[in-house]
Ligand binder design. Sequence first.
Ligand code: BTN
Length: 252
Amino acid sequence: MERSYYYVRSITSTNTALKEKLRQSADPVFDILSAGEQTGGRGRQGRRFLSPKGGIYFSAAYLLPENTKRPAFLPLYVGLSVQKVLQKRAEQPIFVKWPNDIYANEKKIGGVLTELLEGKSGLYAVVGVGLNVKIETSLFPTALNGRITDLSAVGFHVRDREALIKEIVAETDRFVYEDRVLEQAAFTAAQAFRNVDFLYGKRVTRDSPAGKTTGIAAGVDDAGRLILQTENGEMRVDSGAVEWDEGVLPVL
Ligand code: BTN
């Protein structure tokens, strides 16, 4: 997979900028866009993603294969790709908090935002990843104290950001274009998540328009859904906010 890599010192949001390029380009785009800081970084569910200088922020364009059956699996695999690459050099276990937050020491170390858009060349996913490298606590709201961590705290020292970003993207490329996981009806999420599932065995609350449901997280099924054991039996969650009861992150 041939990708062009671009770095800018400051940008509103790498996801937003890359989406704009995809909307306008007549040719297929496989860019990686990375930034030194984001002034309007976006997280999932419309949240802000604080992106001060020093962190890693990038987005990659995925032109989805025409016979993609399960675009919803992509964010899961991006989370797993980030986990896999970080675990190679981290001194502490790195987890994925379903669907795709990255956790270490029970704290959030990074997040993934995946957005779909119809471009002139087909259906694209823009995959954005943000990772804390060395947090300067004064730049974050006190509400996040003790709830976020960084790569330096797990002994992962970033020497070459571009190489690290390319390594993460190459890992996801392998899932999408070589293993073709998005084209398969059956999915091995259960297997892939087994050893890195941060929520496994924890009490979590699912917040949906219909109300809150609490249960014990019991892994991920082959459709990529989170399994919850609730008082009223087993429930499968395919979207929405799920928060670990001891670690609910405030909306910023
Ligand atoms: C989350 O934790 O809710 C997801 C955070 C995703 C942040 C990344 S940083 C690069 C890309 N650009 C954005 O505006 N967001 C994503």
